[in-house]
Structure formats: C-alpha cells, structure tokens
Design a binder for this molecule. Structure first.
Ligand SMILES: [Zn+2]
Length: 341
C-alpha cells in the first residue's frame, strides 16, 4: 500500500451520498455499500455513514453513477464534499463492457471491485503498481495520481490498488483481476496503519518488522513496533526465534516476534553491551555481558548474572557462534592483527 500523509482523512467517520438514487439501481447501491462495509470498514476504525441521496448539505464522498470509467477526481480528503467526487459504473455498456457480458454475478463482482478500488483512492491510497517499472502491458496503465507518498507496506501484487493483480478469464486467458473485491492481507495492514484497527487500537505508523522467509521470499510483515535496537534469540527454547529489546530499565521479549512485549528480566544494561548465544546447550538463548574484568551470563536471559570467565574484552568486541559443533555457543574475538598482548 502506498499513500501520502497529506491526503489521508483526519477522522474516522466518513459520510457517503449518491448524487442520484433511482429505485432501479437500489440493488447496485446495496452491493457497493456492502462491499465497502466488508472491506475498508470491517478491517479498520473507519465507518462509512449515510449512503442516501445527496442533499444540499452534501457528504464527504459524493458518488455519481455514470457509464464511464470508475474514478475519483482527487485523492483522499481532497474530494471532501466535492460534487461528483467519485464516479462508479453500474451498467458497463460503454466502459469495461466485458463486465456486462459474463452474467449478473460477474457484473456484481465488477461493481464491488470497482467500488473497493475507488474507495481506496478516496481514502488516499494510490496505485500500487506505480511503484514498479517494466510491467506487462495489461497492467502498465497510465499512472493515476502521485506515485509518491510513502510505502505503507512492502510492494503488494495482491492489493486491490494494484492493476497487476491478475486472474484467469472465463476464456482461459490471463487478465487484470476485475471482480475479486476482497482486501489483501497487506491492504488490511495498510488501512490499519493509516486509520487504526477496527477495535480502535492503533498501529504505530512507520515501525514494522519484516521477514523474508529463507531470504528468498518477499518481505512480509512480522509485527508492528517502533523499536529497532533489537536482539534475536530463542529465549524460551520452543524453536522459534524471539525478538529482544532492552529499554534501560528491563529486558522485554516478543515471542516469535509476534506477541506483545513480555518482561524477561529487570536490567539497566543496554543492548549494545550484550551478546546472545546458547552457552550451556539447553536450547535457550543466554545473555552475555562483560564488566571489563569478567564475562557474565544470564541463563535464558532470566537468571542472575553468573561469572563465567576472567577477561578484559568487552561484549561489543565479541561475536558468538558454535565453533566446535558441540551444540554450545562459543565466544569469538578478532584483534585485527594490530598487536598481540
Ligand atoms: Zn485506480
């Protein structure tokens, strides 16, 4: 997901109205309302209200139904109460005509998918495919709006804001995905980062941890946190790596990198003075520090400090690995070959 801070709405309740609301389009209007409620509204703190015919008072988002390309005339809250701020197409006789050629449920899918996409723009999200170059022709469309802004999530091929999201057409050929209107996993994270979660809790903006599985898969979000001075280890020995943070008062662990911070131990020692390894081979990561005369270890990061060796080397001079393959980590030091004492 991509967007620009200046375009995002500064409120969570957004009113919607129809510039005209003939009875003959009641069903289509209900599809649009339902699609928005099942996507942007369901997964975020946003609520969309009204959905009646526009009065002289207007609304935040004013929808005009017309047989032209679905679009918003500006991004995000720049369409606030602008007449015909969003165009949606219900009939597809002149534009995207295939949407009216595969039956009613296909037309419904087109209407829902267009609505979710255009509401994405109305929320300030720009085209995800603007982020990349050299796209196949079926999705390398005119760029709409800014490609700038900031990247709210990693690049997302499955985003409702991405023209390159593809599907197999009924005739077997590949085409842009026109009728899948559900948000992708990263769309959900993106809207939550910008507008908050459905329960009103807030995801801190800008701070996330990412993991590329095996180093070959795309980065995916592991968790949200502004904390970045972190250690890694398996502190409970369950085989999953945990994320460690020292805040100057205590040590915290997020188990598997997925849980909330849980207190491991009270300690004022900061991460720059610590090293991590399994020094006793019990499969739990231990914490090592030096006070300039000795090395100490806290078993599993929980026990009191235990003096393990006399050494003037500081923790930051050391690296940890298992050099003899006995399942216990060893301490490595390189002196740069400048002098030997
Ligand atoms: Zn668009």
């Amino acid at each position: 997901m991509t967007g620009d801070d200046s375009d995002f709405w500064k409120k969570a309740r957004i009113s919607v109205c129809w510039e005209s609301a003939p009875a003959s389009q009641q069903m289509e209007r209900a599809w649009v309302k339902d699609a928005i409620e099942q996507t942007w509204q369901k997964y975020s703190n946003l609520s969309f209200t009204g959905w009646r015919r526009c009065t002289s008072k207007g609304a935040n988002i004013r929808i005009k139904v017309k047989d032209i390309g679905a679009k918003v005339i500006r991004f995000g809250d720049n369409i606030d109460n602008v007449r015909d701020g969003m165009f949606l197409n219900f009939t597809f006789k002149r534009w995207a005509t295939f949407c009216s050629q595969y039956g009613e449920s296909y037309r419904e899918g087109c209407i829902r998918a267009n609505a979710v996409h255009e509401f994405g723009h109305a929320l300030g999200f720009s085209h995800e495919h603007n982020r990349v170059e050299g796209l196949p022709s079926f999705c390398d469309q005119e760029t709409q709006g800014t490609s700038g802004g900031y990247y709210i999530t990693p690049y997302d091929l499955a985003s409702v804001m991405n023209y390159c999201r593809t599907a197999i057409k009924p005739d077997g050929t590949q085409e842009r995905q026109y009728i899948d209107w559900q948000l992708s996993a990263l769309d959900i994270i993106g809207v939550q980062k910008v507008y908050g979660r459905a329960d009103g809790s807030w995801i801190p903006r800008g701070g996330s941890w990412y993991v590329s599985s095996g180093g070959t898969e795309p980065l995916s979000i592991l968790n949200f946190s502004g904390r970045s001075a972190l250690g890694l280890g398996d502190f409970n020995g369950d085989g999953y790596s945990d994320v460690f943070h020292a805040n100057g008062q205590r040590w915290d662990v997020s188990y598997g990198g997925r849980t909330r911070w849980k207190r491991l131990k009270g300690s004022k020692i900061k991460i720059s003075s610590l090293r991590f390894g399994d020094f006793n081979g019990d499969k739990k990561t231990d914490v090592l520090r030096s006070n300039g005369t000795h090395w100490y270890v806290s078993w599993g990061g929980k026990s009191k400090w235990k003096k393990i060796r006399k050494s003037a080397l500081e923790a930051k001079q050391l690296q940890i690995a298992d050099f003899n393959g006995d399942g216990k980590d060893d301490v490595f030091y390189a002196n740069g070959n400048i002098f030997v004492d």
